[in-house]
Design a protein around this ligand. Structure first.
Ligand code: 2BA
Length: 110
């Protein structure tokens, strides 16, 4: 059996749901807390070792539950001394995933 390792860097917000969905479909997954080198903010890295023929199924789950989406949040403008605090709605993009698929040379459980 040929095996692949899917490494996916995803948003923390999507992590619990995606681990649940992968488990439901009988995939084994390891979830690691990670930090992006550019933003230096927390993200989640998933490692999922799968039979080669099932690689696309894992990618489909990631695609379904980690899709980029727009999220409306609010930022606070102004000061208490001027016009007061004003909540300004702002649209931000959340989610998405960076996925690597790697050939597994050996898979050993001891
Ligand atoms: P993404 O490209 O969606 O990458 C999200 C996270 O995925 C990255 O977090 C990093 O943890 C991981 N990642 C992406 N490409 C990788 C690779 N080739 N190897 C290993 N890990 C990888 P951050 O590094 O904090 O980057 C967050 C976001 O900032 C990136 O989103 C991208 O939109 C932007 N970005 C990253 N580097 C940039 C740069 N040099 N200039 C401009 N924007 C950058």
């Amino acid at each position: 059996m040929s095996m692949k390792m899917v490494i996916a860097i995803i948003n923390d917000e999507d992590a619990f749901q995606i681990v649940d969905k992968l488990k439901e479909q009988n995939f084994q997954v390891t979830k690691m807390a990670s930090t992006g080198g550019f933003l230096r903010a927390g993200n989640t890295t998933l490692m999922c070792g799968v039979d080669e023929v099932k690689t696309q199924e894992v990618i489909d789950v990631i695609n379904k539950y980690c899709k980029k989406r727009n999220h409306v949040t609010s930022i606070t403008n102004g000061t208490a001394f001027t016009e007061g605090f004003v909540q300004t709605p702002m649209e931000v993009t959340v989610g998405g995933a960076t996925v690597f698929v790697i050939d597994v040379e050996q898979f050993i459980k001891i």
